[in-house]
Design a protein. Structure first.
Length: 243
């Protein structure tokens, strides 16, 4: 067991530094955009007015809002961009859309509930210790368990359906957690710990919209980098991660 844990951590740390080295420029861009949105919200003006419009939509449509927004930003927009920019992937995009949109709609409900529970436990404030506690629970408790497990398994299932994984390959092979999930979670900390820190600096009702927007930017940047042979982006859990 100690040897297995050591190998998991070593692989995770290796991927973490790969993520830092390969993705630090787009990551800084994402953090900058997120920071500007948070600053714009508290400063007032256009960003604040947009935030009020989003709050109005949330109040009007209730749970339909997190379902539709997550499906849009985590499935529809990334796949639509892939359809436009990656011709060889066009044949499978409609089929994958049919499997991914319902999943991310469900995931929107789950993450919306998670943010609400965070606010119940830690409060709706944006002080240092409140944000720190929420980030810790998000990245070190929720993501390694409920948050990312279904993402990994569902994306592997979809990938197998469309030939990206050989037919007959187990969705959850022996040792899949340490082989797939742990290294990717550790690697993703390089980008997502600062990103979710920005998310938790907003009121609870606006956390999901900012998380969705950051997720979309991240998906687009990975796609653009993947089209450039000079770049080597780190793996992202076989799918765009959502927070």
């Amino acid at each position: 067991m100690p040897g297995i844990l050591t190998n998991m951590l070593r692989r995770g740390v290796t991927l973490f530094w790969r993520a830092v080295k390969a993705n630090w420029i787009p990551a800084v861009g994402i953090w900058t955009i997120g920071a500007l949105l948070v600053w714009g919200y508290y400063r007032g003006g256009f960003v604040y007015d947009v935030a009020l419009s989003i709050l109005s939509l949330r109040q009007k449509y209730g749970l339909l809002y997190p379902m539709c927004s997550m499906a849009l930003f985590a499935a529809v927009l990334p796949l639509a961009t892939q359809y436009l920019l990656v011709p060889k992937a066009r044949a499978t995009v409609p089929g994958r859309m049919a499997w991914l949109v319902p999943y991310w709609a469900y995931k929107g409900l789950e993450i919306n509930l998670f943010y609400w529970l965070q606010a119940v436990v830690w409060g709706d404030g944006t002080g240092f210790w409140t944000v720190f506690a929420k980030v810790f629970v998000d990245q070190f408790l929720y993501s390694p368990t409920v948050g990312d497990i279904t993402i990994i398994l569902w994306m592997r299932y979809v990938a197998r359906r469309f030939g990206e994984i050989p037919a007959g390959t187990p969705i959850a092979p022996k040792g899949w957690y340490q082989l797939y999930l742990v290294p990717v979670i550790v690697a993703n900390w390089a980008v997502w710990i600062p990103a979710v820190t920005l998310v938790y600096m907003l009121p609870t009702a606006l956390q999901l919209p900012l998380s969705n927007l950051i997720q979309w930017f991240w998906s687009m940047l990975l796609l653009f980098m993947a089209s450039d042979p000079a770049t080597q982006p780190a793996p992202k859990a076989d799918t765009p991660a959502a927070k």
